[in-house]
Design a protein around this ligand. Structure first.
Ligand SMILES: [Zn+2]
Length: 313
């Protein structure tokens, strides 16, 4: 076959098997057949599949590997870090577990405010007052919004001569909050990236913000995948505790600390790989990234989730 003919896709002169201008493979007469259509489609699928599992394994077992390769320009080997995050985000919210990222209404408002919605659930039992909890740090700030929404819905129900459906209100809020949360998880990433930029700013060579962002994306994706795994493990343990008498006291606490340790270790290892840090620096960077994640969750994610869910429900 000639080596200098024109590319069938863009018309550039061809040298070798692939077009240097557009990347299309050399067009052959047999490419017009049906068998080619099938094998090509299957090839694309299995290639995506292979890269997906490879990327997933690296995400869980080789902290910072994908981000480091991305920074070094070795990118086609992995699924794009953004796509990997979106996949984890999707799977996370399919997993039917309530975790720190999907807070129901009673976790988002103070007990006093919850009492305004559902007084019967807050009735004193045997003289012990209930609904005493303090809510989130943002609760005092955002409570007027909640109260206004509540008053408006009450008025609307009264105008229609209906009784206000308080449990329905809570149910609608929780559903909306879950939907909003799905779109909002990514809000953690720029803050973790900012922290990585701060704690790694003197490292050579200097990194672009986008590179810190990709490193942060890897950390948040790891947490997203890990969190739904912890609860089923805990349930399995509790079952084992009932069935064969494994020690039961404080198991939830132990699981909490264990997953915290796993996350911190992962973060430190990832920082070590991404920034060529020595152990002490990598540990500090990992802890800082974790603090940024927690603070973004408490001070940004939760209030935004609350306000947006109220606003759009
Ligand atoms: Zn071409």
């Amino acid at each position: 076959m000639a080596t200098n003919d024109a590319c069938a896709n863009c018309g550039a002169a061809m040298q070798g098997e692939y077009c240097a201008a557009c990347g299309q493979r050399r067009f052959r007469p047999e490419d017009r057949r049906f068998a080619h259509l099938v094998t090509e489609s299957l090839g694309t699928l299995t290639d995506l599949d292979g890269r997906l599992w490879r990327s997933f394994r690296a995400l869980m077992l080789q902290p910072g590997r994908i981000a480091r390769d991305w920074i070094d320009g070795r990118r086609a080997y992995w699924i794009s870090p953004v796509r990997l995050f979106l996949l984890a985000n999707l799977v996370y919210f399919l997993a039917p577990v309530v975790t720190d990222l999907n807070l129901p209404l009673h976790n988002q408002v103070r007990g006093e405010a919850y009492r305004q919605l559902l007084p019967e659930r807050c009735a004193d039992t045997d003289g012990v007052p209930r609904c005493q909890w303090g809510g989130q740090y943002h609760s005092r700030l955002t409570e007027p919004l909640f109260m206004r929404k509540l008053a408006r819905e009450r008025d609307e129900a009264a105008a229609r001569d209906e009784t206000f459906d308080a449990p329905g209100f809570e149910h609608r809020y929780n559903a909306q909050s879950g939907a909003i949360g799905k779109l909002l998880v990514i809000i953690h990433v720029p803050f973790v990236a900012l922290m990585l930029w701060l704690v790694a700013w003197r490292r050579k060579p200097p990194r672009y913000y986008a590179e810190h962002f990709v490193a942060a994306l890897g950390l948040v994706t790891f947490v997203l995948v890990l969190m739904p795994l912890v609860k089923p493990l805990l349930w399995l343990y509790v079952l084992g505790h009932r069935a064969i008498g494994l020690p039961g006291a404080g198991v939830a606490t132990i699981f909490g600390y264990a997953s915290l340790a796993v996350i911190l270790a992962h973060f430190a290892l990832a920082c070590r790989r991404c920034y060529d840090s020595r152990w002490p620096a990598a540990t500090l960077q990992g802890v800082a990234a974790f603090l940024a994640l927690g603070m973004a969750s408490i001070y940004v994610y939760r209030p935004l989730q609350f306000v947006l869910a109220l606003w759009t429900m």
